[in-house]
Write a new protein. Structure first.
Length: 379
């Protein structure tokens, strides 16, 4: 029974300052008989990542669909309808994140209309396979519908719209989505609040961030609520800014429970250094830690990556997972894209690609082997 291969076991450790469950799933939670057939035979061994992972570390995957997939062959249906995709996802991962399907443009396409169809499919899939779900994202500057960003709403209307959005979306999945990225990428590369691009921050500053956390907490008191961003894996001005923000929010009694480190890396830049020490700064505030969107893009010629770059990529994935494993409260590690066939990278970074653990035929790459070995070495 495939569901039995989903082995991540609930650890009885306590969360950070927040209430609620860990990001863990137990095989006992999985109804039997509903899982798709096994991972791709002879390509990705069934259940291997999960078998290697420490019991208290959820291994997550972003479920493709939407976003850049619109207008491409991948955009015509849910990837969960692809047996190889679904089987690999079910057997090697204990957590899933909808890659796009909970973003505003998907879930709230018109002011008076919510559409949960695509997100529901993923949450149902996760439950059928004993997986937990990370919700992504409630307050972000990107992938917002035009009706929201047109600038025609008054302050009072905008605030009420956000309150209603957070309450409705989090409330719908109360008890089913274990963690939420409440505020995503709210600090820019200049280490300042993204007031220019984010319609909510532009009007209300950090006050609205605190409100979003409070509304989410009211809607699901058991969900763990996260800040989430990229380029904060090492100590630096941007991660310093988050440390300061998190400290302030906690001091104000805001229900902030976790810090998400996206982990979108490129071999064009140095690998992040001192990841564990940086994560530990946030853990020592009492926060849950998660690596939420790991991928490592490399130069490609067409679709082809050089062997040396694939080795380098493996080291970069290693720096992320080893950083996580060194920190006790880092309890989830999510990869952004199941195989290179489903990665967002080629659409967004010209000349770069091959950013995931599996190639476009689902064959394992050195990064997969490195991740598996690091997980097997454990904490
Ligand atoms: C990306 C998706 O992967 C794409 O499909 C979409 O077209 C654009 O967004 N940081 C985030 C994610 O928080 O939501 C982004 O996901 C990648 C960067």
């Amino acid at each position: 029974m495939l569901a039995a291969a989903v082995v991540l076991v609930a650890a009885a450790c306590t969360a950070g300052p927040g209430p609620g469950p860990e990001l863990t799933a137990s095989p006992a939670d999985a109804p039997s008989g509903t899982a798709p057939s096994g991972a791709v035979p002879g390509v990705l061994p069934s259940g291997e990542l999960l078998a290697a992972a420490p019991a208290d570390l959820a291994i997550g995957m972003a479920v493709a669909g939407g976003g850049h997939h619109v207008g491409t062959a991948l955009g015509t249906g849910s990837p969960l309808g692809d047996e190889d995709y679904a089987g690999t996802l079910a057997s090697n991962f204990s957590s899933v994140t909808p890659e796009n399907q909970l973003k505003w443009e998907w879930v709230h396409p018109a002011r008076d209309r919510f559409d949960f169809e695509a997100a529901d499919e993923i949450v149902d899939f996760a439950e059928a396979n004993g997986q937990v779900v990370r919700g992504h994202a409630l307050l972000w500057h990107s992938q917002n519908p035009r009706w929201l960003t047109s600038g025609e709403l008054s302050d009072a209307e905008l605030r009420e719209i956000l309150r209603e959005h957070v309450t409705t979306v989090v409330g719908r999945y109360a008890g089913r989505i274990a963690q939420w990225d409440v505020a995503n990428e709210i600090i820019g590369d200049d280490a300042r609040l993204r007031t220019g691009e984010n319609p909510f921050l532009a009007r209300f500053g950090t006050e609205i961030v605190a409100d979003a956390f409070r509304w989410a907490h009211e809607a699901d008191p058991d969900a763990l609520l996260f800040l989430n961003d990229y380029s904060i894996e090492s100590v630096g001005p941007k991660s310093d800014a988050y440390l300061e923000l998190a400290t302030e929010l906690l001091a104000a009694g805001v229900p902030l429970h976790g810090m998400g480190f996206q982990g979108h890396l490129s071999t064009q830049y140095p690998a992040p250094s001192g990841v564990a020490a940086n994560l530990e700064r946030f853990a020592s505030l009492g926060l849950e830690i998660a690596v939420t969107e790991a991928d490592v893009r490399i130069p490609v010629d067409g679709d082809v990556a050089a062997a040396a770059d694939l080795e380098r990529q493996a080291e970069y994935f290693g720096s992320l997972v080893e950083g996580c494993l060194a920190v006790a409260s880092c309890r989830s590690f999510t990869v952004w894209g199941l195989s290179d066939a489903y990665s967002w990278v080629p659409f967004f970074f010209s000349g770069e690609g091959a950013a995931t653990l599996l190639d476009a035929d689902f064959a394992t790459k050195p990064a997969y082997t490195a991740l598996e070995a690091a997980l097997a070495r454990g904490r």
